[in-house]
Write a protein of this length. Structure first.
Length: 388
C-alpha cells in the first residue's frame, strides 16, 4: 500500500512537534515536580575562590550572602570587616567598606540584606545597621539597641520592612530559660511589634571556676525563613511543627510531619567535647589553645535523650520549604531533606545526590548560591543548579 506523500509529511511533522513539546515540558519542570522524584542533584555552575579575586582580596570568614535585583552577589566577611561584591557570573567587582567606625566602614559585619535598591549591613562591632545605596555608597546608619535582646539573624520582607531575630537573657535569674523572639521593623528600622517568641535553653550559667555560659548541645531552637511571597515560616524544633505567619495578621496556618526521634549517642557526646578548643591563660603571657573540653565544662553539660526534630530550614525561589531532619538517615543528614510546598503540603523526602544541604543560601530560579568551606578548609562561594 502506497502512502500519500502529504499524509506522511503531516504524520512526521505531528510526531516532531509532539517530541519538541515533550522536551520543552521536561525542561520547564518546576522545582516541586523535581522534588517529587525523591532525588535531586545540586550541579555546580560557578565556583568563586580566593584565586577568583586575583590577589585583590581573599576570604577570611564568610557569615552571610545576599543578592540584588541584577543578580549581583554580596559576601559578608566578618573577620575582614568588608563586603565582597561579585557579578551574576561570579566576576569579582570589588570590595565594599573597610575596618573602622566611620561612614562606609564596618566592624564585625554579621548579616547582609538587599532591599528596595539598598544594601543593609548589620554590624555587631559598631552596634548599628549601615545602609548603602544602589551604587554601594554609604547613605546612613541606624543604631541598634541591644538592651531588649542580642540581635542575630535579619531578613528583608518584599515590602521593604525587616524581621530581626533576638535572644534575651533573664537578668534577674541567669539560670532561667533564654527567650528567642522575632521582631518586625520598618524600612528605617523603627520597631513595630513582636510577631513570635519562644523559650529556649541553649546555655547554662555557672560561677565556678568562671562566670560564664556553658552552651548545651542538641537543644531545640527556633528556625525561620521568609518566603518569596512575604510569609514567615517559623518552627521550634522540639517538635516537627511549623507555623506560617503574615507579618501583619499573625499566624495564618500551621503544618507538621511525622518523624522518628534520634537518640543522642555516646559517640555524639565524645565528639561534642573533643571538638572544643579552649584557651589556657598564662600569667603575664599569651594564652595557649588546647583541644578538648576541660572538666568543668564536662560537669556542666547536660545532654538530652533525643536530638531535636530538625536543625535547619530554607526556602527556595519558588517558595518550597526545605527541612533538614535528624531522623532516618542521621549519619548522612546533610544529604537528605524533607520538602514541603509553599502551603506546607509535604512533597517528598529527598536525597541530595552529589551535594549537601546548604547552611548559607541565596535562592535563584532553579538554583541557589551558597558559601561553604572546601575540602582544604578554605571558604568558597558556589552557584548550584537544581536538577533531577
Amino acid at each position: 500500500m502506497k502512502m500519500d506523500f502529504s499524509f506522511a509529511f503531516i504524520l512526521v511533522l505531528f510526531f516532531t512537534i509532539n517530541a519538541l513539546v515533550a522536551a520543552a515540558t521536561a525542561q520547564e519542570k518546576n522545582l516541586a515536580e523535581i522534588y517529587r522524584t525523591g532525588k535531586v542533584r545540586f550541579v555546580p555552575e560557578v565556583t568563586i575562590t580566593d584565586e577568583s579575586m586575583a590577589g585583590k582580596a581573599f576570604f577570611s570568614s564568610l557569615v552571610d550572602i545576599a543578592l540584588d535585583e541584577q543578580g549581583n552577589l554580596y559576601a559578608c566577611d566578618t573577620k575582614e570587616s568588608n563586603i565582597k561584591k561579585f557579578g551574576a557570573t561570579g566576576s569579582f567587582l570589588g570590595t565594599i567598606g573597610r575596618p573602622g567606625q566611620g561612614p562606609g566602614e564596618f566592624q564585625g559585619p554579621w548579616e547582609v540584606e538587599w532591599s528596595k535598591g539598598g544594601l543593609y549591613v548589620l554590624e555587631m562591632g559598631n552596634m548599628r545597621i549601615s545602609i548603602l545605596d544602589g551604587n554601594d555608597n554609604f547613605a546612613k546608619s541606624v543604631r541598634v539597641d541591644m538592651s531588649g535582646g542580642i540581635w542575630g539573624k535579619m531578613q528583608a520582607l518584599p515590602d521593604g520592612r525587616f524581621l530581626v531575630q533576638k535572644e534575651k537573657v533573664n537578668r534577674e535569674d541567669l539560670n532561667a530559660p533564654q527567650e528567642m523572639f522575632i521582631d518586625l521593623y520598618s524600612a528605617d528600622f523603627e520597631f513595630i511589634k513582636t510577631i513570635y517568641r519562644h523559650e529556649i535553653r541553649k546555655d547554662k550559667y555557672i560561677t565556678e571556676p568562671l562566670n560564664i555560659n556553658v552552651p548545651q548541645p542538641f537543644v531545640a531552637s527556633v528556625s525561620w525563613q521568609v518566603s518569596p511571597a512575604g510569609k514567615v515560616i517559623i518552627g521550634y524544633s522540639g517538635k516537627y511543627e511549623f507555623e506560617m505567619h503574615d507579618p501583619d495578621k499573625g499566624k495564618i496556618s500551621s503544618f507538621s510531619h511525622s518523624y522518628k526521634p534520634v537518640e543522642v549517642t555516646a559517640k555524639d557526646k565524645e565528639f561534642h567535647f573533643e571538638s572544643m578548643v579552649t584557651t589556657e591563660s598564662r600569667t603575664g603571657g599569651v594564652g595557649t589553645q588546647k583541644r578538648g573540653a576541660p572538666d568543668w565544662i564536662v560537669r556542666n553539660t547536660e545532654f538530652p535523650r533525643y536530638k531535636p526534630a530538625y536543625y535547619n530550614i530554607k526556602v527556595d525561589a519558588e517558595g518550597n520549604i526545605w527541612v533538614q531532619p535528624y531522623d532516618l538517615i542521621a549519619d548522612k543528614a546533610e544529604s537528605r531533606m524533607d520538602v514541603f510546598d509553599s502551603a506546607g503540603r509535604f512533597l517528598s523526602s529527598v536525597m541530595i545526590v552529589d551535594g549537601t544541604f546548604p547552611n548559607k543560601m541565596a535562592p535563584l530560579p532553579k538554583g541557589f548560591w551558597t558559601a561553604k568551606r572546601n575540602e582544604d578548609g578554605l571558604w568558597t562561594i558556589v552557584k548550584y543548579r537544581i536538577t533531577e
